[in-house]
Structures are given as structure tokens and as C-alpha cells.
Design a protein around this ligand. Structure first.
Ligand SMILES: Cc1cc2nc3c(=O)[nH]c(=O)nc-3n(C[C@H](O)[C@H](O)[C@H](O)COP(=O)(O)OP(=O)(O)OC[C@H]3O[C@@H](n4cnc5c(N)ncnc54)[C@H](O)[C@@H]3O)c2cc1C
Length: 271
């Protein structure tokens, strides 16, 4: 193991429940921090004695890290249940970033499905911090139900910061007065300018495939659509091959990939 692949120790400084199975952790370095990161990149988080998983950075640049984790198995459960003060290991940052500044002078559009909003949150915060650089900042969010909406407490602040935020849920619950339906239905309502939009998409693979197709039907060139692809990752440094998808090693060539490159690969199942 080379020095760069050794985990740095980070202490959990804060823990906020987003939904019944998802938490956002604030992490502070115990010793030397990992290098600077860009929105869309990920780290390998190590719950000591349990295992290591790739998790996107959901917060802005800074010495600390903000990461949002959904409990789906042994490692993510251990991370979600970790208490403030507990120390975990962090490697990275790894992978490609969203390239938010490429939308300068144009419209930045983010389309999120479920926990897919976490990898996009850093891009959105970066755009809102430099709001004058962009014509429009548009956020389209789909969640299974109102209870499954992550960062629900931040939507008004994003609107106040100059973003057009539209939300839809697959299933409404009592008290929900918003849109009901899949996230692709928001594309028509957002009145996007196909000639001037850079669209960042993250969510379950089927959602990204259908969203990218719908965007193309609205006239978006595939080269102006970027998706974040997930495959099982182990090393994070393009050595082990676990995350291979066609010609790509996604820990190095992804997770953020142009839809031009991703389209033929999106139907390839993980073995
Ligand atoms: C680049 C990247 C960024 C990610 N960012 C986040 C994030 O910000 N927040 C978050 O909650 N999760 C994120 N994930 C997914 C996360 O890594 C997996 O949920 C985790 O590895 C599951 O490990 P486990 O030991 O808890 O569960 P396991 O027992 O390993 O798996 C539980 C279930 O999750 C599925 N699964 C395992 N790994 C993945 C994966 N990589 N992608 C999709 N499904 C998987 C398994 O097939 C199984 O159904 C990201 C994955 C990648 C590759």
C-alpha cells in the first residue's frame, strides 16, 4: 500500500439525520487532511473493523468534509450509526468532478433522484456561491415520497440564493401539495434553454438513462449532459479493476462522465 492509499483519520464532528435511513456526517481531520476536492468527487470511507466504501462529498470545499450516506449494508450502516467523536478512515479525493464552471455564462441545471442529490449538492453550492457567473441555476429533484427527500430543510435557502427548485415525489403522503410523478416530468416545466444548458444528472441508473433521453428529446445535445456512474469500487486508484465499465475504470475515468460516453454503457450490468 502506497502512502496516498493509506486512510487519513477523521473525527465525526456532526451527524444529522436526513431521512429514516440517511445521515449527513461532518468530518474533521485528526492529523493531516486529505487533498482539496471538487464537487462530484468521492472518498473511500473506512469504518474500522467493518470495511471501506466509496461515498461522494456532499459539502463545499474546506478542510473538513461533509458526506451523506444511505444505510444499505454492513459498512454504510456502521457509518450511519457512528456517533460524533468516533474516528473513521478517509482516502481520496478520487475521480472526476462535475466541471461546474463549464456552465459559466449559461444555465446550470441539476437533476437528482433520491440520494443522487448528495453528489450534486456541492456543485449546487458552488454555483450559488458564484451565482452571477450563471444565467440560471435550476434544480429538479425527484424522491420516492416526501419522507425520502434529502436536504429538505435547505430547499428554501437554495431558492433564496437564486435557484429555481422544482420537486416531485412518486407517492404523495398526507400534507404534500407539490407535484406527483417521476422527475422527467419536471423537465418540461422547467422551461430549459436546450442551446444554453449544462445538465448534471445523478440518481439510480434507470433514472439517469430516462432523464438523459428526455433531455435529448427536449433538444439538449448529449455532450451538454453529464451523469455520475456507480460501480463497485475497491482501490479508488484504478489498480484493482473492480469498477470497470466497458473501457472505463470509473474510480479514475468517472464517476462523472459525459452522456456522449456514458450512453452506450448505461445498459451494461455490474457482474
Ligand atoms: C463513486 C460512488 C459514489 C457514491 N456515493 C454515495 C453517496 O454519496 N452516498 C451513499 O449513500 N452511497 C454512495 N455510493 C454507494 C455506496 O458506495 C454503496 O451503497 C456502498 O458501497 C454499500 O456498501 P455496504 O457494505 O454498506 O453494503 P453492501 O452489502 O456492499 O451492499 C448493499 C446493497 O447495495 C448495493 N451496492 C453496493 N455497492 C454499490 C455501489 N457502488 N453502487 C450501487 N449499489 C451498490 C449492493 O448490490 C447491495 O444491494 C457511492 C458509490 C460510488 C461508486
Amino acid at each position: 500500500m502506497t502512502v496516498e492509499t493509506l486512510p487519513a483519520r477523521y473525527r465525526i464532528a456532526s451527524r444529522a439525520a436526513e431521512t429514516h435511513d440517511t445521515v449527513t456526517l461532518g468530518l474533521e481531520p485528526v492529523d493531516q487532511p486529505i487533498g482539496p476536492h471538487l464537487p462530484g468527487q468521492f472518498t473511500m470511507l473506512y469504518a474500522f473493523g467493518v470495511g471501506e466504501v466509496p461515498i461522494s462529498i456532499s459539502g463545499p470545499a474546506g478542510p473538513g468534509l461533509v458526506q451523506t450516506i444511505r444505510s444499505v449494508g454492513a459498512v454504510t450502516q456502521a457509518l450511519c450509526e457512528a456517533d460524533p467523536g468516533q474516528v473513521i478512515g478517509v482516502r481520496g479525493p478520487y475521480g472526476t468532478d462535475w466541471g461546474v464552471a463549464d456552465a459559466a455564462g449559461r444555465d446550470l441545471v441539476v437533476v437528482a433522484g433520491g440520494i443522487g442529490l448528495a453528489p450534486l449538492r456541492g456543485a449546487l453550492l458552488a454555483a450559488l456561491a458564484a451565482r452571477d457567473m450563471y444565467r440560471r441555476v435550476v434544480v429538479l429533484i425527484g424522491a420516492r415520497s416526501p419522507d425520502e427527500l434529502v436536504f429538505a430543510g435547505e430547499l428554501e435557502a437554495w431558492r433564496a440564493g437564486g435557484a429555481d427548485v422544482l420537486v416531485t415525489v412518486d407517492r404523495a403522503t398526507a400534507g404534500w401539495t407539490g407535484h406527483v410523478g417521476v422527475v422527467t416530468q419536471l423537465i418540461g416545466r422547467a422551461q430549459l434553454d436546450p442551446a444554453a444548458a449544462l445538465v448534471l444528472v445523478c440518481g439510480p441508473e434507470v433514472m439517469m438513462r430516462l432523464t438523459a433521453r428526455a433531455l435529448c428529446e427536449h433538444g439538449l445535445p448529449p455532450g451538454n449532459i453529464r451523469v455520475s456512474l456507480e460501480r463497485n469500487m475497491r482501490c479508488g486508484t484504478a489498480e484493482c479493476g473492480h469498477c470497470q465499465l466497458g473501457p472505463l475504470l470509473l474510480c479514475r475515468d468517472g464517476p462523472v462522465v459525459s452522456y456522449t460516453r456514458a450512453a452506450p454503457l448505461l445498459s451494461v450490468q455490474e457482474l
